[in-house]
Design a protein around this ligand. Sequence first.
Ligand SMILES: [Zn+2]
Length: 75
Amino acid sequence: MRLLVLLKLLLKRFKCLHSFCKVCGRDVHDFVVEDELWALIESDIKYGNVLCYDCFNELMNKKGIWITWKLEEIE
Ligand SMILES: [Zn+2]
């Protein structure tokens, strides 16, 4: 477990914190995932059900599912 996750789990017991990734500890921005994709990795998140986008992609990649989204320049 990353030290930042441990620290934030401890702090959350005593004060209100923004949602944070339960793998790396970073604050998260919302993103939308299909329920069936989330179900594939949900059991791999040990301390809650919040992930940052990078950790979500990393867990998906470990399952052999390569999903990437990227912004493209409009012509
Ligand atoms: Zn993360």
